[in-house]
Design a protein around this ligand. Structure first.
Ligand SMILES: Cc1ncc(COP(=O)(O)O)c(C=O)c1O
Length: 386
């Protein structure tokens, strides 16, 4: 037999349980999955119709930084919604915001340098930092602090010589926490004081509930040279499959990313970029309709989980709940596996989001309202028997 060599780098990467869960959930009809990290809605029709119309004019590579009309439209969106004033040279369009995250790390970090990461945090951060041979350093998010990033603990995590960047994520996957302006200002001060990059992942920027507001750290005074912000069309417009996102940041970093991006994907998919232009011009009512439905589900699932003693802080952003399972178990992987086997409900163990996710499970309400209700009924029946 041929010995197929796989690099040590790859072998060291964690195996994402979430991928397996999604695999099971899509093939097993008896399982209800409330684990998905993507909208259950279809892309709004005007965007799909536009895609059909322009498909024949998108058969070539685009400009490596992205279609110029898209970057022009993004400047307007960034100014109006994120309060970030920028220019086309400071934007790069990528194959989903995921590509922007890893490309920016590749361009900003040398091997052995450190990146401060929220933990629990989006599951791609740790592997992305490790793939570029840098070192993740964790800031523990505490339930009693509503999973907010604590600036004092960020300072404790910083090594003056080795730390080069802080990753922040608001609204957060997996906790649904929306960072306040006060905390963002403190993080901005830290970045300036220690001369660090802030990589601000704002993939869920438009999924904000009640009276919360999304604040982009890149809009704060005096921080522009330190911040690279990542945005996505995946969640706002239910366009996950089209793979289009973008990064706005300092010119030098964006130019470096253009070079690296050219060697990785050349360009984001041209057709998706054209559809992204269209998405920026459709009526806001398409987004509001999806958001209102997420909100309806959010209220129901938070109540149901708390009624089941799966203690859940109210999330004010994204489409996730993050529940404390201590009334039933100390081991989130075992608890999630048991739910899958015995209650036939797929949720994600908190440890998928880092070691400080132990003791929690993540549910997603990007799932049909009635299916969530049914999943809660199944969990209730299972827990009552314990
Ligand atoms: C916090 C966060 N950032 C980034 C991404 C990547 O999204 P995309 O590459 O589809 O833009 C995701 C996807 O789930 C996410 O949850």
């Amino acid at each position: 037999m041929i010995n197929i060599h796989i690099s040590e780098r790859e072998l060291q990467l964690p195996d994402a349980v979430i991928g397996k869960l999604l695999g099971i959930a899509t093939t097993r009809k008896d399982i209800i999955s409330i684990s998905a990290g993507e909208p259950d809605f279809k892309t709004p029709k005007p965007i799909l119709d536009y895609g059909k119309k322009v498909i024949s004019s998108s058969t070539h590579y685009s400009h490596p930084k992205g279609v110029p009309e898209l970057r022009e439209a993004l400047i307007k969106k960034l100014k109006a919604y994120n309060k970030i004033k920028t220019s086309p040279e400071n934007i790069i369009v990528t194959t989903g915001s995921q590509e922007a995250i890893i490309t920016s790390l590749l361009c900003a970090l040398d091997p052995g340098e450190q990146v401060v990461i929220p933990n629990p945090g989006y599951l791609a951060y740790i592997p992305a930092v490790e793939l570029v041979s840098a070192q993740p350093v964790y800031v523990k998010l505490l339930e009693e602090e509503n999973f907010e990033l604590n600036p004092d603990r960020i300072k404790e995590a910083i090594d003056r010589k080795k730390t080069k960047a802080i990753i922040i994520n608001t609204p957060s996957n997996p906790t649904g926490t929306v960072l306040s302006k006060k905390i963002l200002e403190e993080i901005a001060d830290i970045a300036v004081q220690y001369d660090l990059y802030v990589f601000s992942d704002e993939a869920y920027e438009k999924l904000i509930y009640e009276d919360k507001k999304h604040i982009s750290i890149g809009s704060l005074n005096g921080i522009q040279d330190h911040v690279a912000s990542f945005y996505s069309f995946s969640k706002t417009y239910a366009m996950c499959g089209f793979r289009v996102g973008y990064c706005v940041g300092p010119r030098e970093l964006i130019d470096a990313m253009e070079k690296t991006h050219h060697y990785i994907t050349l360009t984001a998919p041209h057709i998706s970029q054209l559809m992204a232009i269209k998405s920026l011009s459709i009526s806001n009512s398409y987004i509001e309709k999806m958001k209102n439905e997420y909100n309806r589900r959010r209220k129901m699932i938070v109540k149901r989980l708390n009624d089941l003693n799966l203690v859940t802080k109210t999330p004010y952003g994204a489409f996730y709940t993050f529940s404390n399972i201590q009334n039933y178990s100390k081991n989130s992987f075992k608890f999630a596996s048991d739910l899958l086997k015995k209650a036939k409900v797929a949720v994600v163990p908190g440890t998928e989001f880092g070691k400080y996710g132990e003791g929690y499970i993540r549910c997603s309400y990007a799932t049909d309202y009635h299916l969530i209700e049914k999943a809660m009924d199944r969990i209730e029946t299972y827990l009552k028997k314990l």
